[in-house]
Design a protein. Structure first.
Lengths: 552, 169
């Protein structure tokens, strides 16, 4: 049957199992929107306030559900507004497909209205991008984009579709869902070597990153910890790899890692690293990182092996296969001495302020934690609040944490929380700061229009907290451009957007506000007034090591 | 730390628009130093062949190979070892050649087994192929006579013997 490019696009998206698209219309995608109109019973479109919000929403949708998130934008500014979202997803290996319209091919290169080189712009921030130059290739390209987004190391893929291709017609017949390319199996000889290294180890650590979440192998990682009699340390992207209340969970290591996690890494004799890329924020000084340990590096992407750290044993390939192979062969180990040593590091330092009547960041996080269920999505923006959540929140289930790890995108949270709430229908809490929230608070409009069960907790300290912290620690308190001196009333702002606005300046008010917020299933903003002198500790200074850890 | 070395890499890429951009973009993204970059058609119309020479230590070299091979359009990447590779570069040099220097330059061109492709009363154009070191040696020799301009293609590389870099099934 002969169909137009727009019809083929929508049919192919539905074929790929897409039920929701986040986007914003514009001149060069109006024909596609017309098809969305005709198919609105089969595919849901969520209109965001800004294309960046749409990209972050598709990303949050993907992180929460494991499905490929989809967003759409028009040419020119629509496409450029997606770029930060694509870069964020690319840094954290999140499978997404972004669709952009473009001017007709005969106008490309003529600097026509809303024309920009979308394809060229997308290159460094995507896993791959396509420009469709013939309608006959469109269906195949969309399928390939989905296959590529979810195969191997996942990532965002962009499809740029000029207007004339959207209108051109060709024969089309459905071909079904694009299957993920099977991940290459790791070499079992190498896995056997890994087993030998585990048997030789007396002080093992399992170090998990986002790859464990992407590969859905949290269970295998937990089993590995138990059978190896190890402790689990995580990068921020891997925080939901294990039930955080597990006795062997140490949490995040690195610049703002937990004391016990960073100390355990510095003292262990074996790091079994799964789906991590040893970024600078996670390792500090690479020469001193796990300097007493051998490292086994398991990753789907062989280019990560030897990039940041030279592991003793590099094993590329399917992470799930590798973990299951090791756990199935491994004789359970016992390391009581190591257990005792590491347990003695837990809660050894008091790295947070004792209750003093003010509202303290950890009190806010704990209070949310008490009311949340294991399914509650926790999204963050970027800065001090993000680190506090990473340190104090007690995650239970994989995929319940949406945060911008690699790129560190302030303004990520609103879109991501919307995406996670849409994907799961579950209560979603966004922890944000007054700085980060200011970047994309326009998406509050989207949360209201979608009537999402979203609680936005603003840790409001009136400053750009992380900037202020660095100025405090490393720049002699030269507080330039970090004191906000704004007069934004977030309660009135919430009200103006049609959401519920609440304020808390002490623990009692907070409890009251959270009780109210958790009882509602519509967007609530809670303005939590916290002191501006609270810093995130522990802190390993840039390029430092455990030897330089700042505890207070 | 191993020291920096120059190395040549052959790449087969599908003939897609943007494939060249994506590969060259990788060099700035990853802070790789590129020395030369050639690209041309092959006996298979669906793919092009590139030869890239770059400088870096062993770690950079490994990363470059891995990062290039991850790209969607890339069908094959291979490091070309000097001992097993025919490496060639083309040079066209325009040299100042008045009365007394002309014969010396022509003699040099002859010794270096190059071709004279153009002459004018003041200049001579010499075309030469060879490994980069030969081209460098020639340029050094004729430099005192005054090189007006020259143009080099960058290296192309093919493995010795009957083995091919890329064979379509």
């Amino acid at each position: 049957m002969e169909r137009s490019g727009c019809q083929i696009l929508i049919e192919t998206l539905i074929e790929q199992g897409v039920t929701t698209i986040f986007g914003y219309p514009g001149g060069q995608v109006l024909n596609i929107y017309d098809e969305l109109y005709k198919n609105n019973h089969r595919i849901n479109h969520v209109l965001t306030a800004h294309e960046q919000g749409a990209a972050h929403a598709a990303d949050g949708y993907s992180r929460a559900s494991g499905k490929v998130g989809v967003c759409i934008a028009t040419s020119g500014p629509g496409a450029t507004n997606l770029i930060t979202g694509l870069a964020t997803a690319n840094s954290d290996s999140i499978p997404m497909v972004a669709i952009t319209g473009n001017v007709p091919m005969e106008l490309i290169g003529s600097d026509s209205f809303q024309e920009v080189d979308t394809f060229g712009l997308s290159i460094p921030v995507t896993k791959h991008s396509f420009r469709v130059d013939n309608v006959e290739n469109l269906a195949e390209t969309v399928q390939e984009a989905f296959r590529l987004a979810k195969s191997g190391r996942p990532g965002p893929v962009l499809i740029d579709i000029p207007k004339n291709i959207q209108l051109d017609k060709t024969e089309y017949s459905p071909t079904g869902i694009a299957e993920k390319t099977p991940d290459p199996k790791p070499d079992t000889a190498l896995l056997d070597q890994a087993l030998e290294m585990i048997y030789e180890s007396k002080r093992p650590i399992v170090y998990c990153g986002g790859g464990v979440i992407n590969a859905n192998c949290s269970e295998a990682a937990t089993t590995l910890v138990e059978k190896t009699d190890a402790f689990m340390v995580c990068s921020m992207m891997g925080l939901t790899a294990m039930d955080n209340s597990h006795a062997r969970y140490l949490g995040m290591s690195g610049m703002h890692g937990r004391f016990a996690a960073t100390k355990a890494i510095s003292e262990c004799d074996l790091v079994i690293a799964a789906g991590v890329r040893f970024t600078d924020r996670a390792t500090g000084n690479k020469k001193k990182f796990a300097s007493n340990a051998k490292i086994i590096h398991l990753d789907i992407d062989s280019a990560e092996q030897g990039k940041n750290i030279d592991a003793t044993l590099q094993i590329p390939g399917d992470l799930g296969f590798a973990l299951n192979y090791i756990t199935s062969k491994l004789e359970p180990q016992k390391h009581p001495q190591w257990e005792e040593t590491v347990n003695s590091y837990k809660n050894k330092t008091k790295d947070y302020t004792a209750p003093n009547g003010c509202l303290l960041p950890w009190e806010v996080i704990n209070a949310v934690n008490e009311r949340a269920t294991p399914e509650t999505n926790i999204a963050t923006d970027v800065g001090q609040h993000q680190m506090w959540v990473a340190q104090y929140y007690n995650f239970k289930n994989p995929r319940t944490f949406q945060t911008s790890g690699g790129l560190g995108t302030m303004g990520y949270g609103m879109g991501a929380a919307i995406g996670a709430a849409v994907a799961t229908g579950n209560k979603t809490v966004l922890f944000t700061g007054d700085g980060s929230f200011g970047m994309n608070l326009n998406e509050l409009a989207t949360a209201v229009s979608q009537n999402l069960p979203l609680i936005i907790v603003i840790l409001n300290n009136g400053v750009l907290g992380m900037i202020r912290q660095w100025q405090n620690l490393f720049f002699d308190n030269h507080f330039i451009a970090s004191t906000l001196e704004r007069k934004t009333d977030f309660v009135k702002l919430a009200d103006a957007f049609g959401a519920t606005g609440l304020r808390a300046s002490n623990p009692e008010e907070l409890n009251e506000a959270l009780d109210k917020a958790f009882a509602l299933s519509s967007p609530v903003v809670i303005d939590c007034l916290i002191p501006d002198e609270e810093n995130v500790f522990p802190m390993v200074p840039p390029n430092g090591s455990f030897d330089n850890i700042i505890l207070k | 730390m191993s020291s920096d070395q120059q190395f040549a890499v052959s790449i087969i890429v599908s003939n897609q628009s943007g494939a060249l951009t994506r590969i060259s973009s990788l060099f700035s993204q990853r802070n790789f130093n590129i020395d030369s970059f050639t690209c041309g058609v092959t006996n298979n119309p669906e793919v092009s062949r590139m030869t890239i020479t770059a400088t870096g230590d062993a770690n950079k070299k490994e990363q470059l190979l891995k990062q290039i091979s991850k790209l969607y359009d890339v069908k094959k990447v291979e490091l070309m070892t000097p001992e097993n590779t025919i490496l060639r570069e083309l040079l066209i040099a325009k040299v100042n050649a008045t009365g007394e220097s002309l014969q010396t330059i022509l003699d040099a061109a002859n010794v270096f087994r190059s071709k004279v492709v153009d002459m004018s009363p003041e200049s001579v154009c010499i075309e030469m192929t060879g490994e980069s070191s030969k081209l460098n040696a020639f340029l050094t020799y004729i430099a005192p006579y005054g090189i007006l301009e020259y143009c080099r293609t960058g290296l192309v590389a093919v493995e010795r013997g009957s083995k091919c870099l890329y064979v379509v099934d």
